[in-house]
Design a binder for this molecule. Structure first.
Ligand code: 5GP
Length: 127
């Protein structure tokens, strides 16, 4: 079920549990500001999630409240993870779902990194 991205941060969400080490993950990157791990239900040969360590519900929340250092560290981590996964060439896709229309399901900001095959057009066309 998509979330309401304006809700307060819920420390019981699954990515908060992963950050606290209460739930395991297939970790690919860990630094002071960001954690990256493989998606449990991959939609491409490479499907990695990058999350900030701070308590942010969504891209909307993060871009409004995070410090410049948190934002810079997170963005750098996304690029580093993609490079380390060998995706810089031939390319990859980033996706951050936000709120109900974005079909965000986990209420802790995450950027999806998809790669490993040509990914096709950006969105399903309007019907
Ligand atoms: P959203 O729709 O919120 O952008 O994407 C949530 C993503 O989190 C989905 O791709 C889903 O497969 C992934 N996911 C949900 N629960 C877990 C989990 O416990 N571990 C991992 N590694 N990924 C998860």
């Amino acid at each position: 079920m998509p979330i309401d991205a304006t809700q307060p941060y819920d420390p019981a969400n699954i990515f908060a549990k992963i950050l606290r080490g209460e739930v395991p993950c297939d970790k690919v990157h860990d630094d002071a500001l960001a954690l990256a791990f493989r998606d449990i239900n991959p939609q491409a040969p490479t499907h990695i999630l990058v999350i900030p360590k701070g308590d942010y519900v969504s891209w909307d929340d993060f871009s409004a409240r995070a410090s410049d250092a948190e934002i810079a560290g997170f963005i750098r981590a996304v690029g580093e993870v993609a490079r380390a996964a060998g995706l810089a060439e031939p390319g990859y896709r980033l996706l951050a779902n936000v709120g109900a229309h974005g079909h965000q399901e986990v209420p802790h900001l995450h950027v999806h990194i998809f790669g490993g095959r040509p990914l096709g057009p950006m969105l399903e066309p309007d019907r």
